[in-house]
Ligand binder design. Structure first.
Ligand SMILES: [Zn+2]
Length: 208
């Protein structure tokens, strides 16, 4: 029955679910003139990293970062803008991330010979999202990741489910990927500290 072929056909026997807290996102586009400027920009965002989530979107002449703070007071985002504007000539900040700004970055990258870096896309609606709302990791028997799936806030919110388990199954069934026999499996909750939710999978079709 199985088509076989890719790595993704390794048997999935566990699922880990990592929901991300809601936060305020900002995107910063900065034009750098030399390697020194690029390096000091990198240092600035690296220093911030323990406090806020940072995702680099482009690398080269145009350096783009998306950041997310979960702090109730998002004034750090304005402080970053201020720090950038006092050190770099061309700085653009947008207080959110969406497909439009991603397309603008992509266009500017091709105009300036800058490398656009890959970011996660929602596996239901395909929208690019540097900070996916939920990430599901499918793992094999030994816990090694087989594949990772990301979902945006909008898609996750559109799925109504009574329990966490139903929610995970409805995400996977709305996912564009065909998980095959996984849809016919039972999820058994296991408690692990590192993940919010983790399930073992029992194949209903292969019950002995
Ligand atoms: Zn989506």
């Amino acid at each position: 029955m199985r088509d076989g072929g890719s790595d993704e056909d390794r048997t999935v026997s566990q699922i880990s679910v990592d929901p991300q807290p809601e936060g305020t996102v900002a995107v910063y586009l900065v034009e750098t003139r030399d390697e020194e400027e690029t390096q000091s920009l990198r240092n600035l965002f690296e220093e911030l990293e323990p406090h806020i989530s940072v995702a680099q979107l482009s690398r080269g002449r145009l350096v783009t970062y998306a950041v997310r703070t979960t702090d109730a007071d998002p004034s750090v985002l304005d402080e970053i803008e201020h720090a950038l504007k006092s050190n770099y000539q061309f700085v653009v900040m947008q207080r959110s991330f969406d497909s439009v700004i991603h397309r603008v970055i992509k266009d500017l990258c091709s105009e300036t010979g800058t490398r656009l870096l890959p970011i996660p896309r929602c596996n239901i609606c395909s929208k690019p999202d540097p900070f996916p709302h939920i990430t599901i990791t499918l793992g094999d028997e030994g816990g090694e990741p087989v594949m990772s799936r990301s979902y945006c806030r909008t898609c996750a919110a559109s799925l109504a489910a009574g329990t966490n388990k139903d929610f995970v199954l409805s995400l996977l069934s709305a996912d564009r990927h065909d998980f095959g026999e996984l849809a016919n499996s039972e999820l058994i909750r296991s408690r692990v500290r590192s993940h919010y939710l983790r399930y073992k999978i029992r194949q209903l079709s292969n019950e002995r």
